[in-house]
Design a protein around this ligand. Structure first.
Ligand code: CMC
Length: 392
């Protein structure tokens, strides 16, 4: 019809206007609501960041107390939710459990489905922020075959999540402050990234006026793939494979450059960042610090450093502007904290949740919002006459 311009992968199509997150991909700038990511990661907490993204401003201390209190009042899951976990196979991927249980929340909280009611929107947002750590920790416990640990609302957000994940009932569990503060920082660094694949998915599903739980469940599934949030797990699998192959980094880089079997350097490259990913810079030094403070050395970190060094001086990567992204070093930190690889993308989802909610809310409250409905360039048959099955 002549009306459609093809933009493969939406590389150059703005699907919305947004006041939440600013990225300058050439300069490596990332700001949430105008605040540089470096400052927030250094000084902020995850719940402050969630407040900033969703409500538009950093909270005053009173506002923060109210927000923290509200979140702490909604951390429990309905007891019947536990039965979902009983139904999942033992080796179920935690991302599948996460999206399924979030979707199932919409059956328990039908009182907060109306996206045009501000109170209902706030309530479903609080419920999700409060419950996602519990859902994630239960998924971990399910895989371990261990009993679930209920939330403790006197603890901070990150502390509570770590305890639900790693504590074993009837045994003492001591929180490690190094782990707490590193995880807090990582969640902040993942909290929003404008119109990435999962956030665009949340907006698209939400644009049909589906409820928030349904929209976020779709976002979790979009995040799962190895080109998006799943990259943090894929990086660790890649590093492990290189180590098991004798640690030959040069041979691996050659494979990538020759595009053998579609092998990519996972954790490298970004659609928007073309000089560096500011999150990756913060995370690289955090990886060193956390490993040093936990007294752990990791052969995989050495392989990662060699890979990075090699790639940053190789014309294949330089000419394509490929740099380490947020996922390159996170897996090494999560591993040092004791998380299995399958949980890495779940941690990304915990961090990204406030961003998803903020975008959904921005979209649904925009009076000019329309249902998302891209067009296509049709490449099929023009017209054919139907042939009855007996004559085919
Ligand atoms: N290793 C090797 N080659 C690569 C890589 C990589 N990681 N990334 C891109 N390229 C090549 C690609 O093959 C293409 O080469 P050519 O011009 O010869 O065809 C060129 O660089 C341009 O890449 P593209 O695929 O057109 O770039 P894109 O913007 O569509 O994809 C990306 C971006 C992030 C999906 C991609 O860089 C990639 O697959 N990276 C590895 C997976 C990864 O780390 N994902 C996490 C992204 S950041 C966090 C998040 O979003 O969750």
């Amino acid at each position: 019809t002549g009306l459609t311009t093809l933009d493969n992968g939406f590389g150059n199509t703005a699907a919305c206007k947004s006041a939440i997150t600013y990225i300058d991909g050439d300069k490596g700038i990332l700001r949430y609501r105008g605040y540089p990511i470096e400052q927030i990661a250094e000084q902020g907490t995850f719940l402050e960041t969630a407040h900033l993204l969703i409500k538009g401003e950093l909270p005053t201390s009173d506002e923060l107390s109210v927000f923290q209190h509200e979140v702490s009042q909604h951390t429990l899951l309905h007891e019947d939710v536990k039965r979902f976990y009983q139904g999942f196979p033992r080796d179920a991927h935690p991302m599948a459990m996460l999206s399924s249980v979030v979707s199932a929340l919409s059956t328990f909280y039908q009182d907060s489905h109306n996206p045009f009611d501000a109170e209902q929107r706030d309530l479903s947002a609080i419920r999700l922020i409060a419950k996602l750590p519990t859902i994630a920790a239960y998924a971990f416990k399910k895989a371990q075959g261990h009993p679930f640990v209920y939330p403790r609302n006197d603890l901070g957000y990150v502390e509570n999540f770590l305890r639900m994940t790693f504590a074993v009932p009837a045994e003492d569990y001591e929180l490690n402050p190094v782990v707490v503060s590193a995880l807090e920082k990582l969640l902040i660094l993942h909290a929003d990234h404008e119109q990435n694949c999962s956030t665009s998915t949340v907006r698209l599903v939400g644009s049909s006026q589906a409820n928030l739980f349904a929209s976020i469940s779709a976002g979790i599934n979009a995040l799962w793939g190895p080109l998006h949030g799943g990259a943090n797990a894929a990086v660790l699998e890649m590093l492990t494979a290189i180590k098991n192959d004798g640690g030959d980094v040069d041979a691996f880089i050659r494979k990538v450059k020759n595009k053998e079997d579609g092998v990519k350097l996972m954790g490298f490259g970004h659609r928007v960042y073309k000089s560096f990913d500011p999150r990756a810079q913060i995370i690289k030094s955090a990886a060193h610090d956390v490993l040093a403070q936990l007294g752990k050395s990791d052969e995989l970190l050495d392989i990662a450093l060699k890979l990075e060094e090699h790639a940053l001086t190789d014309d294949y990567f330089i000419s394509r502007k490929l740099y380490p992204n947020v996922d390159f070093y996170t897996g090494l930190i999560y591993r040092a904290m004791g998380f299995p690889t399958s949980m890495f993308t779940v941690l990304f989802a915990l961090g990204r949740l406030p961003g998803w909610i903020a975008h959904w809310q921005e979209m649904i409250t925009d009076p000019g919002n329309k249902i998302g409905r891209p067009r296509q360039i049709y490449t099929g048959f023009e017209t054919r006459d139907y042939v009855p099955v007996s004559e085919r």
